[in-house]
Design a protein around this ligand. Structure first.
Ligand SMILES: Cc1ncc(COP(=O)(O)O)c(C=O)c1O
Length: 434
C-alpha cells in the first residue's frame, strides 16, 4: 500500500468549511497552492483535515529538507519551549544561538574565518547581506540577474525579476539595483566570458557593493548557471572590490547534494544568505560570511527582535545533526538520480516537456509549446499541478512564465514514496496532454 490516500473530493467537506471562514477573514491576496487544509505532516506526507493523505514534493516551498515534524526537532523545540521562549539575543544572549552560528560557520565554504547573523525570513537575510556589503564597501549599487527571486520586501522585491505578481505597481522601487542577463542557452546566447563586459557596459563597477546571485535559481525555474559562470563572477567581483553574495535561501541546506549549493562550483562567496530549510519550518534565516566584514561594522547596526529565536535555533541545530547523521547529502544525489531517470523517460513520451534539469534533488521539468521557439507552456504546467493534487501529490510551479514544475522534496522521503509521487506526476502529464 502506498502513502497516498484520497477519501473525499478535494477539497473535502471540512476543508470547505475552513475555506468559507478564510474567504471572509484572511487577506485575499495571500493565496495558497492547495485547496485543502493541513491536519498533520510527517516525513514526506501531509494529512488534511478530511483524512486525505498527500505526498508532499513541495515541503512548504522548500523549507523541509528534513521532512515534516522530525522527532529530534520536535523534542528539541518542546524542551526549549519549557525553558524560555524569547529573551532577544541582543538583550540577554543564549547558547543555542551561538552553537548554531558555530555549526553553520564551520560548514561554510572558504578558507577564512566566518561569522553568522540570524534573522527571520529569507528576504530579511538578503536585505542584511546587502546592508553588510554596503557598510563594508561604502558603495551604493547592487547587481542582480534576470529571473532572480530574492523576496518581497521593498529592496528584495526590487531585486526580484518578475513584475507580476511580485512587484506589480508596488513601487517606487529601491534605487541603485541593476539587473544583468543570466546566461540561458534557450533564451540568449550569452557566454560566461561576456559577464565582465556587460557589467562594465551597464554600471560603474566601482559603485557596486555586491553582486547577488542564487547559485541555482529557485523561483526562476531551477536555472543552473553554465560551467564557469560563478567562478567568473568570483574573479570579476574580486577584481573590482565588489562583494559576492550567494542567495542560498532555496538552493542551500543539502538539496543540491552539497550543504551549500556553491560547493558544486568550488567558489567561496563573501556572504551567503540562508533561510527556508534552516530550521525545519520554524522562522529563521541567516547570513554567513567572512568575519572581517562583520568586524568592520558598528555594533548594533544589524539585528532583529526575533532573529535567531531560541526555538528556531534549537530546531536549526537538530536540522544539521539530522542532515549529517542520516547522510542526507548523499541521499539528495540518490533521489536526484531516481528523478532524473524518470524525467528522461517522461521527456521521451511527452513532447510538451522541453527540458528536464537539475542538480542533486533540485530537479525541474520545463513545459514548452514548441521546441524551435521555446514558447513557454504555463497552461500545461498549471493543469498538471492541479491534476496531480487531485491524485494526492503536492507539486510546486516555477519559472518566470510559470511553465516549470520544480521538486523541493523532503530529503527524508523514501524511495517508495518518491516513485509513488513520480507515477502520479507521469499520469497527470498523460491526462493533461493527451
Ligand atoms: C532565493 C530566495 N531568496 C529569498 C527568498 C525570500 O524568502 P522569504 O520568503 O523567507 O522571505 C526566497 C523565497 O522563496 C528565495 O527562494
Amino acid at each position: 500500500m502506498g502513502s497516498i490516500l484520497i477519501k473525499t473530493e478535494i477539497p473535502g467537506p471540512k476543508s470547505r468549511i475552513i475555506q468559507e471562514k478564510r474567504a471572509k477573514y484572511v487577506a485575499s491576496p495571500m493565496g495558497s497552492l492547495a485547496s485543502f487544509y493541513a491536519k498533520e505532516g510527517h516525513g514526506a506526507v501531509i494529512e488534511d483535515v478530511d483524512g486525505n493523505k498527500f505526498i508532499d514534493f513541495t515541503g512548504g516551498w522548500g523549507c523541509l529538507a528534513v521532512g515534516h515534524t522530525p522527532e529530534k526537532v520536535v523534542n528539541a523545540v518542546k524542551d526549549q519551549a519549557e525553558k524560555y521562549l524569547h529573551t532577544d539575543f541582543t538583550a540577554v544572549p543564549y547558547e543555542p544561538f551561538v552553537d548554531l552560528a558555530k555549526m553553520i560557520a564551520e560548514r561554510a565554504p572558504g578558507d577564512f574565518e566566518k561569522q553568522v547573523g540570524f534573522f527571520n525570513s529569507g528576504a530579511e537575510a538578503v536585505e542584511n547581506a546587502v546592508k553588510i556589503a554596503k557598510g563594508v564597501t561604502k558603495r551604493k549599487g547592487i547587481v542582480v540577474f534576470d529571473y532572480a527571486f530574492h523576496g518581497r520586501t521593498l529592496l528584495t522585491m526590487t531585486m526580484t525579476h518578475r513584475a507580476m505578481p511580485y512587484k506589480y505597481i508596488y513601487g517606487p522601487f529601491a534605487s541603485e539595483v541593476y539587473r544583468l542577463p543570466f546566461p540561458n542557452s534557450h533564451l540568449n546566447k550569452l557566454k560566461v566570458s561576456d559577464f565582465e563586459q556587460i557589467l562594465e557596459d551597464r554600471v560603474c563597477p566601482e559603485n557596486i557593493a555586491a553582486v547577488v546571485i542564487e547559485p541555482i535559481q529557485g523561483e526562476g525555474g531551477f536555472n543552473i548557471p553554465p560551467k564557469g559562470f560563478l567562478e567568473e563572477i568570483r574573479r570579476v567581483t574580486k577584481k573590482y572590490g565588489i562583494m559576492f553574495v550567494a542567495d542560498e535561501v532555496q538552493s542551500g541546506y543539502g538539496r543540491s547534494g552539497k550543504f551549500f549549493a556553491v560547493e558544486n562550483w568550488n567558489v567561496a562567496p563573501d556572504l551567503i544568505s540562508l533561510g527556508k530549510s534552516i530550521a525545519a519550518g520554524l522562522p529563521l534565516s541567516a547570513v554567513v560570511g567572512n568575519k572581517k566584514y562583520f568586524d568592520s561594522l558598528p555594533n548594533s547596526s544589524i539585528g532583529s527582535t526575533f532573529g535567531g529565536n531560541p526555538l528556531a535555533c534549537r530546531a536549526g541545530i537538530e536540522v544539521i545533526n539530522i542532515i549529517e547523521e542520516e547522510h542526507l547529502l548523499d541521499r539528495a544525489v540518490h533521489l536526484g538520480d531516481i528523478i532524473k531517470k524518470k524525467f528522461n523517460e517522461m521527456k521521451g513520451k511527452y513532447p510538451a516537456i522541453g527540458e528536464t534539469r537539475g542538480i542533486g534533488a533540485l530537479r525541474a521539468i520545463e513545459f514548452i509549446k514548441d521546441r524551435d521557439t521555446w514558447e513557454p507552456d504555463s497552461d500545461t504546467a498549471k493543469a498538471v499541478i492541479q491534476e496531480a493534487m487531485k491524485n494526492g501529490l503536492i507539486l510546486a510551479g516555477a519559472g518566470i512564465r510559470g511553465n516549470v514544475i520544480r521538486f523541493l522534496i523532503p530529503l527524508v522521503i523514501t524511495d517508495e514514496q518518491l516513485n509513488e509521487g513520480l507515477d502520479v506526476l507521469d499520469r497527470a502529464i498523460e491526462t493533461v496532454t493527451k
